[in-house]
Unconditional design. Structure first.
Lengths: 179, 440
């Protein structure tokens, strides 16, 4: 187990990106959801009402990544079109998270890969997977035990911005680190 | 969570919502109906008169059979049905027909018919005439339940279409599609199946999480799809008549692009469980999973040739997404798309001689058809973000997703440049259409 990592190299982009990340605050919290509804086509006779248990209420403070003054607050990195290559400017952010995970071995993170809407949905699902996988490999190389990391691609299905412009697209080509 | 446990919890969820569903479904499938507009390309269409069907005294059929037939024929782009208001006479029996009148009105063909009571249902009979030659080209009587009357009308449309064009009709087929309302956390995504004219929409599955990539089984009885309902992608196969479904793929990473083999026994899919998106084939009976591609690039969107011998798929192994072909047991792959820097999501035409795909032209994503014998590509659409093309089972049309007025809608284009259609919902987005096979 790695206990000390190389020093955090930069903190300047974090402030800027923290502001950006605020835009996604809504997308980063998870509220109780309705359960999925597989449905038979034939209308069913009246059935007894079934109570679906709600998820337990989420604690107000889940971890340091929710504190805007903490470097872990920036949990989103962005990509160029049709590539899973990590831009050098995001390496410090990923190293910050890698160091945190490396020293907090009970914490798990899901790397959520996303794309913009251009191109086909299934190709984008694969591209989102490759983006998440790029981040995963980099973090493992930085010392994070693989069992603390999982990946999830949403492809183009979960845009941060639903618009059809480059402005929206650049915000949608992203990997979000979810604790 | 161990696999058997996960499966049990999914089954439990399924049972719970099946019971609860009576409440949600009654809320209003009517508003959710697809509206279809015919958007041009009908100048070469043939004039035909479908006379309102005669009805026995006191009988009120639930469906205007002639109106449904006229709409079916108009949607093909190959016929121009006469408006009822222009008809001088409305015969319902052969002895009342004077073909010279219809000839003077410029009609090539005439359809008359009758609806009579038959127990709790109806007996629907019709005659199709060649106006110039004075022949009866087809006549038939179909016994129908009340609920089956629209389908009976579609079947008559298909008999007429086949008699006049020599090609099997698709009025009695269905379309699967995904709708989405709301954004982000408030989003509801629903997989539906409707008749080819947009009527009788049925909800297959509904979720707050994404649902993708519906694919029909070759017998039209099952649909495979990707659902994120457990916060990760998984592939399900659901039987339409019973609503029963089975989880068939839930590996780490993506589980996507399901495609039934032509014999319905296997499902091709994309999995990234081994570190990278690759094509696999799952035997639905034995559960044997075979990996067909092993490349560090993206391999996805498999589609079987109609004879089951080949699989085409999208790969960016050459630096940009292109279409490749390999044997359905795997082996070396050859690139088959030659033009353009983005070609994806190809699928075979029912005759196996062409493929339809998404291609990028000057930054616009459009629907193209590649003739496999001659190698050239023809564009079928002119939008900027067109995707998810799917052939009708008679290969006459391709349905695809497009954006109209800033909103996701479906469009259908004739392969021969005939009619086009736009299919939309009153609210929300419609996307990922999949045209069913013929349904017996």
């Amino acid at each position: 187990m790695t206990t000390s990592r190389k020093g955090l190299r930069a903190s300047t982009p974090i402030l800027l990106a923290g502001v950006l990340a605020g835009v996604f605050a809504a997308g980063c919290t998870s509220a109780p959801k309705q359960p999925p509804e597989p449905v038979a086509p034939q209308p069913q006779p009246a059935a007894p009402t079934t109570t679906v248990p709600l998820e337990p209420p989420r604690p107000v403070y889940a971890g340091p990544w929710e504190d805007p003054s903490n470097p872990l607050y920036q949990r989103t990195i962005y990509f160029d079109y049709d590539t899973a290559e990590i831009k050098p400017e995001y390496l410090p952010v990923l190293r910050t998270h890698a160091r945190y995970l490396g020293t907090n071995t009970g914490v798990k993170a899901t790397l959520e890969g996303n794309t913009d809407e251009r191109g086909t949905r299934e190709y984008n699902l694969a591209l989102g997977d490759q983006r998440a996988e790029s981040v995963r490999r980099l973090m493992i190389a930085d010392g994070v035990p693989p069992n603390q990391l999982s990946t999830l691609s949403y492809g183009e299905e979960r845009p941060a911005n639903p618009g059809h412009s480059e402005q929206a697209w650049r915000l949608n080509r992203r990997v979000v680190i979810q604790y | 969570m161990p696999r058997h446990q996960r499966r049990t919890s999914i089954l439990l969820t399924f049972a719970v919502v099946l019971f609860g569903f009576g409440l949600g479904f009654g809320a209003g499938p009517a508003q959710a109906r697809l509206n279809i507009e015919v958007t041009g390309g009908v100048e070469a269409a043939q004039p035909i008169a479908v006379v309102p069907f005669g009805v026995s005294d006191g009988l009120i059929p639930p469906v205007d059979i002639a109106a449904v037939i006229s709409a079916d024929l108009a949607r093909t782009g190959r016929f121009r049905p006469m408006p009822t208001r222009d008809m001088l006479d409305m015969p319902a029996r052969h002895e009342d027909v004077d073909l010279r009148d219809w000839s003077l009105l410029g009609m090539n063909n005439l359809v008359i018919g009758r609806v009579e009571a038959d127990g709790n249902g109806y007996r629907v009979s019709f005659i199709l005439y060649d106006v110039f030659r004075g022949d009866q080209l087809a006549s038939s009587t179909i016994v129908s339940t009340k609920a089956g009357m629209r389908n009976t009308a579609h079947r008559i449309s298909d008999i007429i279409y086949q008699k006049l064009t020599g090609q099997r009709g698709v009025a009695a087929t269905r379309i699967a599609y995904v709708t989405a309302t709301g954004q982000g956390e408030g989003q509801t995504v629903t997989l539906r199946v409707a008749d080819a004219d947009g009527y009788n929409p049925q909800t297959i599955v509904s979720s707050g999480e994404p649902i993708m990539s519906p694919a029909w089984s070759p017998d039209g009885r099952r649909i495979a799809y990707v659902s994120f309902e457990n916060k990760r992608a998984a592939i399900y196969v659901q039987e339409l008549a019973s609503g029963r479904r089975e989880l068939v793929a839930s590996h780490p990473g993506i589980n996507g692009s399901p495609a039934f083999s032509p014999d319905g026994r296997k499902l091709a899919m994309t999995l990234s469980k081994d570190g990278n998106p690759d094509i696999y084939v799952l035997d639905l009976t034995s559960r044997e999973l075979v990996r067909l591609t092993d490349h560090f690039a993206i391999d996805t969107e498999p589609s079987w040739s109609p004879d089951g011998q080949q699989i085409i798929f999208t790969s960016d192994r050459g630096g940009s997404p292109q279409i490749y072909r390999m044997g359905s047991g795997g082996g070396p792959a050859q690139r088959i798309s030659s033009e353009g820097d983005y070609n994806a999501r190809a699928s075979y035409a029912p005759d196996g001689r062409s493929i339809v795909l998404v291609t990028r032209v000057n930054g616009m994503f459009r629907i193209g058809v590649i003739d496999l014998d001659r190698g050239f590509m023809r564009l079928l659409s002119n939008g900027s973000l067109d995707e998810s093309p799917s052939f009708a089972p008679n290969a006459s049309m391709v349905i695809y997703a497009t954006i109209h007025g800033g909103r996701g809608v479906l469009a259908a284009a004739s392969i021969d440049g005939g009619g086009n259609q736009r299919l939309s919902q009153d609210s929300g987005e419609v996307r990922e259409p999949a045209w069913s096979p013929y349904i017996e």
